[in-house]
Design a protein around this ligand. Structure first.
Ligand code: CO
Length: 151
């Protein structure tokens, strides 16, 4: 049975910086089965055109980007069966795949998080979509959400 914690007070103090402006939500990645179909859906939904499509060979994906006021939406379709997006859709279906935070110094953040005990899916920054250096954090270490750091 799941244990449910009941809180009797709300703590608003933290030893961490309360406004970490170093982490900017750069984009939200959504795994889709059919990029062209989902581009039409999001073009209508956001009332804006997809401004870029890009193939990222190393990840086995084709991506499409939309700009919104505060962040971007990245649609991802698998280009082969080994693609992490293919595996994700097999397991969970379409949906939010990752959140990407832009940081000022990705190497620095990677070593800080490593020291804090987070598992990084790549030990060196790698080239991702949008001409960025990226690193992924294991979703099990962030309560089920795959986090991408990018610079
Ligand atoms: Co991404």
């Amino acid at each position: 049975m799941t244990k449910i914690q009941h809180y009797t007070y709300l703590s608003i103090t933290s030893k961490k910086e309360s406004n970490n402006l170093n982490y900017k939500l750069e984009h939200i990645g959504i795994a889709v089965r059919d990029l062209e179909v989902s581009i039409k859906t999001y073009e209508t939904l956001l009332s804006t055109n997809c401004y870029k499509r890009e193939i990222v060979e190393s990840e086995g994906v084709i991506t499409a980007f939309f700009q919104t006021e505060h962040t971007k939406i990245e649609l991802l379709e698998a280009t082969n069966e080994k693609s992490p997006i293919h595996k994700f859709i097999q397991k969970k279906g379409e949906g939010i795949h990752h959140m990407a935070f832009e940081v000022e110094d990705i190497k620095n953040e990677m070593s800080r998080l490593k020291k804090e005990g987070y598992r990084l899916l790549n030990n060196e920054p790698k080239h991702g979509a949008d001409d960025k250096l990226v690193c992924f954090i294991h979703p099990k270490d962030s309560h089920g959400v795959l986090i991408e750091l990018c610079q």
